[in-house]
Each structure stands twice: as C-alpha cells, then as structure tokens.
Design a protein around this ligand. Structure first.
Ligand code: SAH
Ligand code: SF4
Length: 392
C-alpha cells in the first residue's frame, strides 16, 4: 500500500501526525516510489515524466545514498534547485551513538521532537551483520520480561522512518553506494522497539523500499519480522512482504504464556500455531524462527525443552534461545548457563542446530529487549491539540 504525502497542507508549519517535522521542508529520504513521483509533480514535473524522474531520484537516494541534490548530475540544475527549495535529503537526527567493544552499534534516533527510537547494528562473527530496526516508539503489549513493554506506545513509525533507520546505519558504516561485496549490513531484523504487525502497512512499504534491487537491495529472504503473535496478521505479513517470520514464543503452555506474553490471552497457542502453519512458502529453506527467552526457574526446565520440541513438530523451524537481558528492576533473572546448555542439548538432539543466541552489545544496553527510549507518551488527543494550535 502506498501512503501519498500530503505535501499541499494548508499550513506548512502545522505539526504533522505522520511524524514529519513542522518548520522543516520534508525529506525525500525514506519515501516510497509513489511518494517520490508525487514530489516530482509537486515541483512542476510533467505527469508523464514524473515516473522517470522518480526512478532517477530513487537511484540517487537508495543506491548512491545521496545527501545533496547537487550530486544528481543527470538531473538539470534548474530542477535540482527547485527540489532543493521544496525538499531535503536529510535523515532523522542521531541523538546518541554508542559503539560496543564487540562492534555492536546503537543509535538513538530522534524522529520528531521528543519522539525517539533505537536501531542496533550487530556484526556477526561470519561476514554478515544484522540491523535491528524499530517499528513503533514504545509498545502497546506488555510482555513482562521486556523493557520496551514498560513504555507506553507513543506512535507508529512511518515507512520513511523505518527505511531511514537503514540509511542512517549505512551512512555511519560508509556502505554507499550499494554494493554486493563486503557488505556490513546483510540482514534486517524487525526486533527493535514495537510490534511490527500492529504497524503492518508501514512495515510493508518500508520493506519494499529496503529490498528493492535498484536501491538498498537487502533482500526479503534476508529480512526477518518478529511478532509476539498477532495471529490475524501473520499470513498477511507473508503475502505482502515475503520475509522470514520469527515468533516470540517463550512458553509452551497457555498458562505461562498468558503471563509472559499477555497477547496470548487473545490469541492462544493453538491458534498461533495454526496461523504459523499457514505462513506462505514455509519449507526447509524458509523456516520460522522461534524465539525463547531463558528465564531462571520460569520456563527453563528440561520438561519444557521437551514440550517445545513437541509443540514445533511438523513446522519447519529454527529455535533461538535468548539469554534474558535484565534491565533495572526487571522481575526475572537469566537462567544459569548450565541450564541453558542442558536445555539447548534437548533441542539439539531433536535436530535444531546452534540454538543459543550470543548476547551482543551488553555494555551499551543494546541487547534484545533492552531498547527503551526516554521519550514521553504523547496522546493522540494532545497531538490533535498541537495541530489545531498550529492551524490557528
Ligand atoms: N515485538 C516484537 C519484536 C520486538 S522484541 C516481538 O515481541 O517479537 C524482539 C525480541 O526480543 C522478542 O523475541 C522479545 O521477546 C525479545 N526480548 C524482549 N525483552 C527481552 C529481554 N529482556 N531479554 C531477552 N530478550 C528479550
Ligand atoms: Fe512489545 Fe515485543 Fe516487547 Fe512484547 S516483547 S512488549 S511485543 S516489543
């Protein structure tokens, strides 16, 4: 789905509900093809030529990583000037950048005043690296072990803001122009802040932008979307994006999962497993990743390991055991290492290879579930009030 930009808003200074900033010209960085076409028309390009201009912009923005219109040598000076008058190529601001001893990098990104999200680059031991992106600021779900869950939902990210997280990391890692050799960011995981399936329109548009072969070219098979189990959206995710699916499972029975992932009360395990089985294209080369956070004395017994293997029978699956990352005042402890290994052994013997996820970036609080910006909750009513004030 495309989200046309309302670039002819009556009052250009009015705060925008899509998150873009008042007072500043809109940025083309992160826009979909359709939005770039609209932008070309907005500056006077003939409708018939707008598609071609949008293609040129696309290559400059997403293949070259252009940050200035001056670089766009196949576009006339006159047109470049008009573009620069009306638009920018700026990215959302990095307010904090932390680099871990293990190479993990964490960016705190300001999307609009007081609204921040986190993005984490995790270099792998092999020649690959994953960028963990956020889809929402905060989260409406309250998984009891997750720090993001303690923060109220501020808002959904736009497709442009999701794509811009990749652009920001590529700027920092000097990954422009797009090349197929020695890439640092080879994979995208939607495992940052928020529940991607509650923002599927924007997540899907952003994946179109990130995966496009004429642009950043990070393929759909190298993109994984993690959900806590929004059952009615799982099949749709596969149909619209073709990405890999990850499920935050964490428990093998409804009683415990109701407690850890309260969304389970709405969509219990049997329904969840049914929805997973219907994920398009599942097979040996397209397995579902099951994430299982190891909580001491809560879900880490060997009986639960066996129950896990039983539950996943017949589903092409990978298992990812995540050592729990504590955060201040978190109500759980991480399982003992011996217990994690014994649990992994059971899973291993059932045919699932290397199931333990090594914690990365712990020194910069960049590990799973530790992402939580300090931005305040802004209610929709408050945003409306701000907008009305801007229009007055
Ligand atoms: N909302 C989505 C994606 C973001 S969370 C989801 O829940 O799947 C990404 C992963 O980090 C999930 O598997 C989540 O369960 C896990 N996680 C959350 N808090 C954690 C913590 N404190 N320690 C380890 N993993 C955690
Ligand atoms: Fe939200 Fe995922 Fe954290 Fe649960 S684990 S609170 S769904 S971000």
């Amino acid at each position: 789905m495309n989200h046309a930009l309302n670039i002819s808003a009556a009052n250009p200074n009015a705060p925008r509900l899509d998150g873009s900033q008042p007072h500043l010209p809109p940025s083309l960085a992160g826009m979909t093809r359709a939005q770039l076409r609209d932008a070309a028309i907005e500056i006077g390009v003939d409708e018939k030529k707008a598609k071609m201009r949008a293609e040129q912009l696309w290559r400059w923005i997403y293949h070259q990583g252009a940050t200035s219109f001056d670089e766009m040598t196949n576009i006339s000076k006159d047109l470049r000037a008009k573009m620069a008058d009306r638009f920018t190529l700026s990215r959302p601001k990095i307010v904090e950048r932390l680099v871990s001893v293990d190479g993990t990098r964490k960016y705190l990104i300001e999307l609009s005043p007081g609204v921040e999200c986190e993005t984490v680059f995790i270099p792998d031991v092999a020649k690959s690296g994953a960028l963990c992106v956020s889809s929402q600021v905060g989260c409406t779900l309250n998984c009891t072990f997750c720090h993001t869950g303690t923060q109220a939902l501020v808002r959904n990210l736009t497709a442009a803001e999701i794509a811009a997280q990749v652009m920001i990391a590529r700027d920092d890692l000097q990954e422009w122009p797009t090349s197929n050799e020695n890439r640092k960011i080879t994979n995208i995981v939607f495992m940052g802040m928020g529940e991607p399936l509650y923002n599927l329109d924007h997540v899907s548009d952003a994946i179109d932008t990130i995966s496009d072969g004429d642009g950043m070219a990070i393929g759909r098979r190298r993109t994984t979307v993690s959900t806590s189990g929004v059952v009615p959206k799982i099949k749709e995710l596969g149909e619209r994006t073709g990405t890999m699916l990850a499920i935050s499972l964490h428990a093998t029975n409804d009683d415990l999962r109701d407690e850890l992932v309260p969304l389970n009360k709405k969509y219990p395990l049997a329904e969840l497993m049914d929805a997973i089985r219907q994920y398009p294209g599942l097979g040996n080369s397209k397995r579902v990743t099951f994430e299982y956070v190891m909580l001491k004395g809560v879900n880490d017994s060997l009986a639960e390991a066996r129950a896990l293997v039983k539950l996943l029978k017949g589903v092409p699956a990978k298992i990812n055991l995540i050592p729990f990352n504590p955060w201040p005042d978190s109500p759980y402890e991480c399982s003992d290492w011996d217990q994690i290994e014994a649990f992994a052994d059971v899973v291993n013997r059932a045919g699932y290879a290397s199931p333990i996820r090594t914690p990365r970036g712990r020194d910069i609080f960049a590990a799973c579930g530790q992402l939580r910006s300090e931005s305040k909750k802004v209610r929709a009513s408050e945003l409306r009030k701000q907008r009305l004030a801007g229009e007055a």
